[in-house]
Design a protein around this ligand. Structure first.
Ligand SMILES: Cc1cc2nc3c(=O)[nH]c(=O)nc-3n(C[C@H](O)[C@H](O)[C@H](O)COP(=O)(O)OP(=O)(O)OC[C@H]3O[C@@H](n4cnc5c(N)ncnc54)[C@H](O)[C@@H]3O)c2cc1C
Length: 64
């Protein structure tokens, strides 16, 4: 049976950590991610472009 792994926060650093874990072993954990934002995992560094009206939120989703 898979161990459970829970990530609180759907941000870049935490989800990158999950990506690295999955590269090592895709089947080791049953993973659940809790996020407080109404968006999927996105590149927050590019948020300025959205705030400036130059890009759409969907343009920089990292993991949908
Ligand atoms: C407008 C803007 C522009 C930026 N530009 C740059 C740049 O040019 N270069 C650069 O290096 N950095 C930039 N940064 C900073 C960069 O985005 C952050 O350093 C980076 O996002 C930090 O990643 P993180 O995953 O640690 O945290 P975050 O991206 O903050 O992710 C944490 C996530 O956890 C969620 N969360 C927190 N508490 C809870 C909870 N209790 N339950 C559920 N979810 C929770 C938050 O909602 C958030 O989604 C910018 C930031 C902003 C806002």
């Amino acid at each position: 049976m898979k161990k459970k792994l829970v990530l609180i926060g759907n941000g870049m650093a935490g989800v990158n950590c999950i990506e690295q874990i999955l590269k090592l072993d895709q089947n080791r954990y049953d993973i659940t991610i809790f996020g407080s934002e109404p968006h999927p995992n996105y590149n927050r560094i590019l948020l300025s472009s959205v705030l400036a009206g130059d890009a759409d939120m969907n343009d920089f989703v990292i993991n949908s």
